[in-house]
Write a protein that binds this ligand. Structure first.
Ligand code: 13P
Ligand code: SF4
Length: 303
């Protein structure tokens, strides 16, 4: 990316000066994902690696809930989110107050929270999960029934893979809810030999059309292991851009749904955040202690 080279060089120099690392989610722009990230992955991989990072400053090239998870696991380090407005429609679909009301309606039923939630919500729940470990987390509890928040479609997908009863909330991802089963069928008709891999945040009629359902890491593993001639990744379209650079022999057929929150992060604001050491993530210590427990419980479950 010659056009990005001056910014990439400036970020690399500041990373060394600040003893900083950049974590990037799979949906980040290619020049961030391939250009300045030290660690990349899905939400689960980022949470795991965040627990191991040995740097004074961690920049999260991703959205707020990801930066908060990093801060929960690294309370002593400076955690930067280059644009403080980078949120998530799932995280904003439920509040701590909603969780308390849910518990009152379903006494004794444990609450499993997708990591796509605020730290305040994580502080109210029993355990977290990601799309990469949700079934294992639900089954690890050894109970007949769980509440699963906030993603209705992920909860329904998990319910289809376990005998545990799953009571869902009604949150949706504004990017994945736009896909339809009819759209996927049209792609299959238009492209011979197409492999379809869908994220579990997609609606059930989309998942019914997929060959494989999984997290963004699972998508990468599928492409790496199977080297399909053509693949449709039913997810945020930067995922295909990033994998296309790694697998030039695979044709990525892409519907383009972008996450407006992920797009707020750029090389320019990563550089600016490293210069100013702002915007920082700060979480009130008592709330953080409770929220941390639910993340640590998740990390203790081995898929
Ligand atoms: P993954 O954990 O699969 O990377 O998903 C995170 C996310 O925000 C999907 O929209
Ligand atoms: Fe949230 Fe959806 Fe964006 Fe992921 S893609 S960060 S779930 S709004």
């Amino acid at each position: 990316w010659p056009v990005h080279e001056p910014l990439i060089q400036a970020i690399e120099a500041l990373k060394r000066e600040r003893n900083a690392v950049v974590l990037a989610h799979n949906y980040q722009r290619p020049e961030i994902f391939h250009g300045v990230a030290d660690i990349v992955g899905d939400s689960l991989a980022l949470a795991r690696r965040a627990a191991e990072v040995d740097a004074a400053v961690i920049v999260m090239a991703g959205v707020r809930f990801m930066a908060e998870t990093v801060k929960l696991l690294n309370p002593e380090r400076t955690v930067l989110l280059p644009d403080r407005e980078a949120g998530c429609s799932l995280a904003s679909s439920i509040t701590a107050e909603d969780v308390r009301a849910l518990r009152a309606r379903h006494p004794g039923v444990p609450v499993v929270a997708y990591v796509n939630t605020s730290a305040a919500v994580k502080a109210e729940v029993d355990i977290c999960c990601t799309s990469g470990n949700a079934v294992e987390v639900v089954e690890s509890l050894g109970v007949p029934r769980v509440l699963m928040i906030p993603d209705e479609y992920l909860a329904r997908h998990v319910a289809s893979r376990t005998s545990v009863e799953v009571i869902a909330w009604t949150g949706h991802c504004e990017v994945h809810e736009r896909f339809t089963g009819a759209e996927i069928r049209a792609y299959r008709e238009g492209f011979d030999g197409l492999a379809v891999v869908a994220h579990p945040e997609c609606p059930p009629d989309v998942l019914a059309e997929a060959d494989v359902v999984g997290s963004t890491q699972r998508m990468q593993d599928f492409v790496a292991a199977n080297r399909p001639r053509r693949v449709l990744l039913v997810t945020e379209c930067s995922m295909s851009d990033n994998l296309a650079a790694l697998f030039p022999d695979v044709e990525f057929v892409r519907p383009c749904n972008l996450c407006p929150h992920m797009r707020l992060i750029s090389l320019a604001n990563i550089l600016e955040s490293l210069r100013r050491l702002e915007p920082r993530i700060d979480i009130e210590p008592a709330l953080a202690a409770r929220a941390r427990l639910s993340v640590e419980r998740m990390l203790a479950v081995r898929p």
